[in-house]
Design a protein around this ligand. Structure first.
Ligand SMILES: [Zn+2]
Length: 338
């Protein structure tokens, strides 16, 4: 009885509070706040980093190192003819081994809407053919130079199996703005689902990316590759291009934290080891090199790591034992939490 009496005013108070809250939200028009309160779900904090116009002999490798330092993934749109001039298959595979993705950005960076049908086909098909020769797959996505596209361009791309990837933040760092100005432009537009456009042909992309990853750290934001650019049957198609004596290739598919353990899984392939047995290694908490184990018959691996620091990305590589070629880096990865 005593309980019922004391509960009643509390309920009424709650009802009044709810009414006032809803009223306040309604009249102030705070739709986003009310939406968050209603759904109660976490705000989406996914960001897609994209880099166009590479590869550059100096800036692209530096950019890759910076991404590793933060354990984040990105999607690259290199220009076809630059790729042909500057990178070999091993370089492009290195980008993929680290967990980044790849799209088509035309052959010579022309305005695609101004091309004849034949030239349009040439601009779009030639890079895809080159990428297929180097990696075993044709890109599933493309980005039109200058974003210049119409139905004719989109249809031609679709016939070649590619979807267009737009962007939502473009600080135009190639115009050489002050870093603070570029950061102001970026910060105003930084939100869940945003696609940031930078260029790995300009130096300024490096300090800007550094600043972005410090201001919007990977501990709070989830950096992902563009889903449309994902490679179908990646292990199978990429492995099909490798020959005896080639450097192994691979990919870390999952880094998942369960209690005090980090479970890492992925695949690694070397035609010199047709039955698997490739050694996978990682850098422990103190930077000490540790062997995790070997790939199985299907060229896959899954290991539990207990020696890790939760704030530091875990870095893995394949040891190419017995061959005079260097080891294959599998990138540095942040854990997803269970
Ligand atoms: Zn471009």
């Amino acid at each position: 009885m005593l309980v019922t009496v004391s509960m009643e005013p509390l309920r009424r108070k709650r009802r009044i509070f709810t009414f006032v809250l809803i009223g306040a939200l309604f009249f102030t028009g705070m739709s986003s706040l009310s939406l968050n309160s209603v759904s109660g779900s976490e705000v989406d904090k996914t960001i897609y980093l994209t880099f166009d116009d590479g590869p550059h002999p100096i800036f692209t490798p530096l950019l890759l190192s910076l991404l590793e330092e933060h354990g984040v993934k990105a999607t690259f749109f290199p220009i076809g003819h630059r790729l042909e001039e500057r990178w070999l298959s091993d370089d492009l595979n290195d980008l993929l081994n680290r967990g980044h993705l790849l799209g088509n950005h035309s052959w010579t960076h022309r305005e695609l809407t101004k091309q004849t049908q034949d030239d349009l086909y040439y601009q779009l098909n030639t890079p895809s053919e080159l990428i297929e020769n180097m990696t075993g797959f044709r890109p599933n996505c493309f980005r039109a130079p200058f974003g210049d596209r119409n139905y004719k361009v989109l249809n031609a791309a679709e016939e070649l199996g590619m979807k267009h990837v737009d962007w939502s933040i473009d600080p135009q760092e190639w115009r050489e703005p002050k870093i603070e100005e570029a950061m102001e432009h970026i910060s105003e537009r930084y939100e869940g689902g945003a696609i940031l456009l930078l260029h790995d042909r300009t130096f300024l992309s490096l300090p800007i990316l550094k600043e972005v990853l410090e201001r919007f750290p990977s501990s709070e934001w989830s950096y992902k590759t563009i889903p449309e650019c994902m490679v179908n049957e990646e292990k199978k198609v990429r492995s099909s291009t490798r020959e005896k004596g080639d450097i192994p290739i691979g990919n870390v598919k999952n880094v998942f934290k369960i209690d005090e353990t980090l479970r890492v899984s992925g695949w690694a392939y070397d035609p010199d080891a047709p039955n698997g047995g490739l050694k996978i290694k990682h850098s422990g908490k103190t930077g000490e090199v540790k062997s995790l184990g070997q790939t199985n018959l299907n060229h896959e691996f899954s290991f539990d790591i207990s020696d890790f620091d939760v704030d530091t990305p875990v870095c893995l590589w394949i040891e190419n034992e017995g061959l005079a070629r260097h080891n294959t880096f599998l990138g540095c990865h942040n854990a997803t939490f269970g």
